[in-house]
Every structure is written in C-alpha cells, then in structure tokens.
Design a protein around this ligand. Structure first.
Ligand SMILES: NC(=O)c1ccc[n+]([C@@H]2O[C@H](COP(=O)([O-])OP(=O)(O)OC[C@H]3O[C@@H](n4cnc5c(N)ncnc54)[C@H](OP(=O)(O)O)[C@@H]3O)[C@@H](O)[C@H]2O)c1
Length: 382
C-alpha cells in the first residue's frame, strides 16, 4: 500500500507511526466489507503504547459498524479498551440507525482518543466528533483522507446524485452470451454462483430487470436459500419497461414487494426506486437493460459470473453502448472489496469490478458538497 496522506483539518496534529500503521490496517479491513448502500469502513484499536489490539469492519447495511465491531472483537479477547486509541476510516456516527450510535459506544468503551480519516456525511455540527469531544475524548481527523475518500468514491457519487448505489449483475458464457437462441438461460452459471447471487439479493434493497426478461423467463426475483426456501430478507422486485407485467407473472408475488416502472429511462427508474427507499439496487438483466444502465454511466459495481461454456450464438450480454471508437471504451478496475476481484465459484469465475468514472470525471463533485448532500440521503447507519 502506498504511504498514506495527512490532510489539514481543524484538529489535525502529527500522527504517530502506530496510528499511521493502524490507519493502513483499517483501510485494508474496510475492504473486506461489501459495497452497497453503506460505505466501506474499517477500525483498529491501539493500546496506549501503540500495540494493535483489535480490528473491526462494517459488513453491510443493518450490521454492526466498524467501531462497534472492533470494540466487540476486543471484548471477545478479554481486552480492556479504557484509555485506548481508535483509528477509523470514517468519522464515528452520532445517530440511531438500525444499529446504535458509534460515538456513544466509543465513550462507553472508555476509549481516550479517536483518529479518523474523513468526516461522516451527516451535518458535521451534529457529528460524532463533536459528541466525542464533548465527552472528553481527544479527536483528530484528516489522516489518510484521500485514501478513505477513494475507498468509497462511487458511494459518494451516488449520494451526491441522490440515486441508489447500482450493482450490475451478469451471468454469462465465455463468449458473453446470457441466453441461447431459443431463449433458455437457466442456468448458465454454477449452483455456487447462484447461491452467491441469492446471498447478494439479501443484502440489496431492490432488484431490477426489464419487461423482456419477465416475459421470456418469468423469474421470481426472490432471495432463496440453496434448498429453495425464501430467505429472511427480500429485496423489492422492480420491472422496467412500457409493456404491462402480466397479472400472473411470478415476479408480482404475494407480499406486495413488487413495483412496475413504466419507463425506459434508467435515471427515472432509479429515481422511483430511491423514492421507494432503495439505496442499493442490483440490475440483473437482460441485455437491453444492462446496456442502458452502462451507457448512461449509472453503474457503480459490476459482478460477472463467467461460466466455462460456449454458445456461439444467442443473446449477447450487452448491446449498443454508444461507443464507436476504442478511445471511448469504458474502463473498469478490479475491485478487491467484499471477497476479492476474481474468485472461483464452483466451475465459474466471479469477476468483481468498480467504476473508474468517479475517479476520472472532470466534473466530479467536491467532497464538501457530497457531504452535505449525503446528510439528506442517509436514512440508516453508515
Ligand atoms: N444470464 C443472465 O444473467 C440473464 C439475466 C436476465 C435476463 N437474461 C436473458 O436476457 C434475455 C432478455 O433480454 P432482453 O434484452 O430481451 O430483455 P430485458 O433487457 O429484460 O428487457 C428489454 C425490454 O425492456 C424495456 N426497456 C426498458 N427500458 C429500455 C431501454 N432503455 N432500452 C431498451 N429497452 C428498454 C423494453 O420493453 P418495453 O417495450 O416494455 O419498454 C425492452 O424490450 C432473456 O433471454 C433472458 O433469459 C439473462
């Protein structure tokens, strides 16, 4: 990992080598979590002598925040956290989301000092740093701020645009086919890839397909366990397109968690889903919908299950992206977050990529704007 940066802030002071090392470890720990509605966050607890005592990270929406995870890890090891230092990649939160406020957990744990990288996107006046200082905790910010922002750059961009974070999912053959000539596509990928996909469906807020997929495949779009049972957490099921969704389509289900989006505009579809409360949407196909979202620059994360299979003909994963010359090609980077960039799942490869759009955009939004926009965006914990 390259050496980390310090950024001036009101409370900036030189950090110790132990704190810098802990911030590197916290950034690495953050990467173990999945991308999605919440940012990746990592935390490390140091003893007063600078010894690395415990590490925590955020495992996705609804689970313990990195700070609480690190405190729990210390407790599991029987470590007394009083007088210790917490080094964390994001300002500890100060609000009651689905999990308790981290600032209070830190105070209750007797932690004496907090060093964090970037401000929580909530209104800084009401932020965790202020609460911590008021309780007598020494607080410093700005260490590795650039790295911490880059870690979550797509998330910041989605927040600024007031749209959900978008994961695009493709199950394809070696020659980029998602269905055979006769329309059959179940299943191109291995049972292990299917199980992985159903695990993702439990983590997201909404799953989106086009009317074409509904009319051809009649999918249920539910999250299911490997034995076919419904999982506890179910995403909202969304279908995009002008044609009606048949009254007996499986996707409608009986739980009321279905929405038809009568539009061909991906931004409008995301706007509707955002209004429905979705902060993480997985777009599952078919090729028209996948291509529409990619062409519009509205995809933050790509997950591709690549089966060692050839079809030669059939439905291509993607159609026109509006690119006519190599210089305009979309570039993606391998993403180590949430289990790695390339993994073997049964017979398949699972490829994980992140957008380079936010990193390279000439019009990227200043972080201060992102932070104030985010205050409105967030409804739960980070
Ligand atoms: N392997 C996989 O991962 C996977 C996943 C899903 C689907 N599939 C396969 O994909 C195939 C279906 O692909 P598909 O492209 O026909 O269906 P699709 O992408 O699911 O739906 C296409 C339809 O969506 C509507 N639509 C909405 N916005 C649009 C836009 N901006 N541009 C174009 N169309 C838009 C149009 O219908 P309206 O006239 O209603 O607007 C269009 O006909 C099936 O064979 C299915 O098995 C494979």
């Amino acid at each position: 990992m390259p050496s980390i940066s310090a950024e001036p802030s009101s409370a900036a002071e030189p950090s110790s080598a132990a704190e810098q090392g802990a911030m590197e470890a916290a950034l690495a720990a953050a990467l173990r979590g999945p991308r999605g509605a919440n940012p990746l966050v990592g935390a490390v607890i140091l003893s007063p002598e600078g010894e690395h005592l415990a590490t925590g990270y955020h495992r996705g929406a609804g689970t313990a925040h990195a700070e609480a995870d690190a405190i729990s890890e210390a407790r599991r090891q029987g470590i007394d956290t009083s007088g210790t230092t917490m080094v964390v990649t994001l300002e500890p939160c100060n609000h009651e989301g689905r999990t308790g406020p981290c600032a209070q957990a830190i105070i209750a744990a007797g932690i004496a000092k907090v060093v964090y990288a970037v401000d929580d996107p909530h209104d800084p006046a009401a932020g965790g740093a202020r609460t911590l200082r008021a309780a007598g905790v020494e607080v410093h910010s700005g260490l590795a701020a650039g790295e911490a922002r880059d870690l979550n750059r797509e998330w910041f961009e989605a927040v600024a645009a007031k749209r959900p974070f978008v994961t695009l999912h493709i199950a394809q053959t070696l020659d980029s086919r998602i269905a055979a000539v006769d329309g059959t596509s179940q299943w191109i990928s291995s049972p292990e890839s299917l199980a992985d996909n159903h695990g993702l469906r439990e983590l997201i807020d909404a799953i989106l397909v086009g009317t074409g997929t509904v009319l051809i495949d009649n999918p249920r779009l539910t999250a299911r366990t490997p034995d076919g049972e419904l999982s506890q957490l179910q995403p909202l099921r969304a279908v995009m397109g002008l044609r009606d969704v048949p009254a007996d389509a499986a996707v409608r289900g009986t739980d009321g968690r279905f929405v038809h989006l009568p539009t061909r505009d991906p931004a409008q579809a995301l706007g509707r889903l955002f209004d429905e409360g979705a902060r993480h949407v997985m777009v599952e196909g078919g090729s028209s919908i996948l291509s529409t979202f990619l062409a519009a620059g509205l995809v933050d994360e790509l997950i591709i299950y690549l089966a060692p299979t050839l079809l030669g003909s059939g439905t291509a994963a993607l159609n026109d992206l509006g690119i006519t010359t190599l210089a305009d090609a979309q570039h993606w980077s391998w993403d180590d977050a949430g289990g790695g960039a390339v993994r073997t799942l049964g017979n398949d490869l699972r490829l994980h990529l992140r957008s380079t759009r936010a990193a390279t955009s000439k019009n990227s939004v200043p972080q201060k704007v992102l932070h104030s926009e985010a205050a409105e965006y967030l409804t739960g914990g980070h």
